[in-house]
Ligand binder design. Sequence first.
Ligand SMILES: Cc1cc2nc3c(=O)[nH]c(=O)nc-3n(C[C@H](O)[C@H](O)[C@H](O)COP(=O)(O)OP(=O)(O)OC[C@H]3O[C@@H](n4cnc5c(N)ncnc54)[C@H](O)[C@@H]3O)c2cc1C
Length: 383
Amino acid sequence: MDLALTAEQEAMRRTVRDFARDVIAPRARETDERDEFPRDVIRRMGDLGILGLPVPEEWGGVGADYLSYILAIEEVSYQSAAIGVILAVHTGVATLPIVMFGTDDQKRRYVERLATGEWIGAFALTEPDAGSDARAIRTRAVRDGDGYVLNGSKAFITNGGVADVYTVFAVTHPERGAHGVTAFLVEQGTPGFAVGRREEKMGLHGSPTAALEFADVRLAPAQRLGAEGEGFKIAMSQLDGGRIGIAAQALGIARAAFDAAVAYTKTRRQFGRAIADFQATRLTLAQMATDIEAAQLLTYRAAGMRSRGQPCTAEASMAKLFASDTAMRVTTDAVQLFGGYGYTREYPVERLMRDAKVTQIYEGTNQIQRIVIAKSLERGGLP
Ligand SMILES: Cc1cc2nc3c(=O)[nH]c(=O)nc-3n(C[C@H](O)[C@H](O)[C@H](O)COP(=O)(O)OP(=O)(O)OC[C@H]3O[C@@H](n4cnc5c(N)ncnc54)[C@H](O)[C@@H]3O)c2cc1C
C-alpha cells in the first residue's frame, strides 16, 4: 500500500499550512476566548480555494482529490479545531451532497457560492430525540400542491445561525421507514424558519452549534435535494467522508499537542535538568508519537480509498475511532507534561484537550464506530 503524497498534494498541504500559520494561528486563542464565528478568516479561506478544494472546477471549486481536502482539514485543525470543523461541515457534508445529488440549477445557486465562501452551509440531521439513531427523526415535510410544508426541530447543528443554506432531513413518507426521508435546501430568512438556542460547549469555541426550528415553512419543489425518499441515502453517502474529515481534525489536534509538549519539555527544568531528559517523559512522548503516526496512516489510507472511489466504510470508522481516541490521549498526556501550567489558559494544551473530546462524539460516537466495524467483520469485509 503506497501512502506517499503526490507532489500536488504536498504543494497544497504547504499552501494550507502556511495560511493556517499566518492567518489562523494568531486568531486561535481569541476565537476560543470570545466564542465568535471568525467570518473574516472563513472568507479568506474561501478566497484561497480551501472551502472548495474537493468541489469540481466547473462549479467554482479547485477539483482536488479527497485526500488533499483531508490534509487541509488536518492543517487547519492543527491551529484551530473550531475552524477545522467549520470547514469539515461546510465543505464535506453541506456542499458535496449538493454536488452529488443537486440539479444544475441548485449547483448554480448554492455550490458556486459555497465553494468560494460567499455563502456558508450547514447539515441538519440530528434532532433532540434522534442522535445516534438517526432513523428516528420526526421533522415532517408534508406535500402541499407542488411544494411541501416543513415542521419540526433540529439539534446540535454546526454553523447554525451563521449558515446561508441548510440541508434539512425530514420525513415525507412515515410508513416507508428509512426510505421515507427526504432532503431539502432551506435558506436563512425563509418565513417560519428560526435558529433556536446556541449551545454553550466545553470546547470548539468559535464554531457555533445551534438548534433549528421549523414552523409551517413552505418549500418550493426546487428546494428538494434529490428524489423523494432519497434523504437517508444522501445523508449516509456523506458519512464515510465526514468521518475521515473528523479523523483529520483529531489528527491536527493531536499533532499540535505533541509539538507543544516536545517544545515545553525541552525548556522546563526540574531537579537541575530539562524534564525531557527524564525517561518517564521520553517514554510518554514516544507513545504519543507512535499513536499519531498510526492515526495518520489510518486516516490517509481511508482518504486515499475515498479519493479512488473505493468503498471505505469500515476504514473510515477505524480512522475516526483511532484518531479521535489518540487526540484525547495525546492532549491529556500533553496537559500532564505541562504540569500545573498545562491546566491554565496560558498555554494552548488545555484548549486542545477540550477540543479533542468532541471528536469522540460527533459524526457518530465512537461506540457507533465500533458497531460499524463489527458489522463489517460479520460480513467478512476486513482482515
Ligand atoms: C459540537 C457538535 C456539533 C455537531 N454538529 C452536527 C451537525 O452539524 N449536524 C448534525 O446533524 N448533527 C451534529 N451533531 C450531533 C452529533 O452527530 C450527535 O451528538 C451524535 O451523533 C450523538 O448523538 P446524541 O448526542 O443524541 O447522543 P446519543 O445518541 O443519545 O448517545 C448517548 C450515548 O449512548 C451511546 N449509544 C447510543 N446508541 C448506542 C448503541 N446502539 N450502542 C452503544 N452505545 C450507544 C452513545 O455512544 C453515547 O455514548 C453535533 C454534535 C456536537 C456535540
